[in-house]
Design a binder for this molecule. Structure first.
Ligand SMILES: Cc1cc2nc3c(=O)[nH]c(=O)nc-3n(C[C@H](O)[C@H](O)[C@H](O)COP(=O)(O)O)c2cc1C
Length: 330
């Protein structure tokens, strides 16, 4: 009898499908429903660095005249019975842990290496099974050189890895000058998993109002191409588990990523579009596919089509590009 268990970032998952950080994972009831539908884990909606810093500022204001001083904000949080964002986030972790069996991965959306990092310890104390850091900085500032940004992130990640004993994973973008080398450097920080890729909110332009408008909130299946390539290229050479994010919409996509060497996939858009039951269908598809191909465990085929496992690894690189494009529509 085939089963879908997989090991991702030191966590035992009953399914390789993880509910991605989003509005779907910001309350306990949804998390219970997602577990029933068959997700292997959930990544909670992120707490954002800017929100944390803003709240710390407010707390600082409230602390005027009190014997607590910044940065001992955490003592304040423990002692003052008020409802705030951080407290609510920690409560979400605690309540989710009580309500479900699946691992709960907390998520911090960070853009810099500032004083908020103590929060990682609070998250661990609240019972999270892992922390995902969403390193979310669109490198659009032409005055900041690549190495400065990269160094800032590496220092931040190392700092968080040192602060906690639970696994730390990172969710990153593709916007690096030497992506392969950056993956290698991240893997040396002690992170247990890398999620490829975070997906930036991409604005559109409304030509009637001539205004910038919101668009492309949900992904399309074609978006798997980029993470698929990078996971196939890196899964066996970089010593860390990979999870795919962006464009995973079907059971077929899950199988593709496992063959490329991913340990798990993360899904958000497809659940927004089709509801939780799509997870049940995707799990059933993967199981069926495994039965057809006589695999009992994911480890029997995971990475079979990764760069290193192929006789012709060039199919993930340039040669294939030249062949396919030359012959297209001939
Ligand atoms: C409505 C919405 C809210 C999201 N909020 C977060 C978030 O708080 N933190 C985060 O890391 N990613 C967030 N994401 C990104 C998703 O976790 C995911 O990486 C992205 O949507 C690509 O995966 P998909 O193709 O399965 O949707 C959000 C996505 C959506 C659609």
């Amino acid at each position: 009898m085939a089963n879908l268990s997989t090991l991702y970032a030191g966590l035992n998952l009953n399914s390789p499908i993880i509910a991605s950080s989003s509005g779907l994972t910001d309350n306990v009831q949804n998390i219970i429903e997602l577990e029933k539908a068959g997700v292997g884990a959930v990544v909670l909606k992120s707490i954002f660095e800017e929100e944390i810093l803003m709240e710390m500022d407010q707390i600082k204001q409230q602390m005027v005249g009190k014997p607590y001083v910044f940065p001992e904000t955490k003592d304040y949080l423990d002692e003052e019975p008020h409802e705030d964002l951080i407290r609510a986030y920690l409560r979400l972790i605690k309540e989710s842990k009580q309500a479900v069996q699946i691992p709960i991965i907390a998520s911090i959306n960070c853009i810099s290496n500032q004083k908020w990092t103590y929060l990682a310890e609070e998250i661990q104390k609240a019972g999270a099974d892992a922390i995902e850091l969403n390193l979310f900085n669109l490198p659009s500032n032409s005055e900041i050189p690549a190495d400065e940004l990269e160094e800032m992130y590496l220092v931040l990640v190392e700092k968080i890895v040192d602060l906690v004993t639970i696994p730390v994973t990172i969710k990153i973008s593709q916007y690096y000058t030497a992506f392969g080398q950056m993956l290698e450097r991240y893997s040396k920080t002690g992170v247990k998993g890398i999620v490829l890729f975070n997906r930036y909110y991409s604005p559109d332009i409304d030509i009637n109002t001539q205004q910038v408008s919101g668009a492309f909130i949900l992904s399309s299946p074609a978006e798997i191409a980029l993470p698929l390539r990078w996971i196939a290229l890196s899964s066996e050479s970089i010593n860390v588990d990979f999870a795919a994010s962006s464009g995973v919409h079907s059971g077929e996509d899950v199988v593709k990523f496992l063959l490329a060497g991913a340990s798990a996939v993360q899904v958000a858009s497809v659940i927004y579009k089709k509801g939780n039951s799509v997870v049940t269908e995707m799990n059933a598809f993967v199981l069926d596919w495994m039965k057809t191909h006589q695999y009992k465990l994911i480890s029997d085929f995971r990475g079979k089509l990764s760069y290193k496992s192929l006789n012709n690894p060039a199919s993930w690189e340039r040669t294939q590009f030249m062949r396919e494009f030359r012959n297209f529509l001939k």
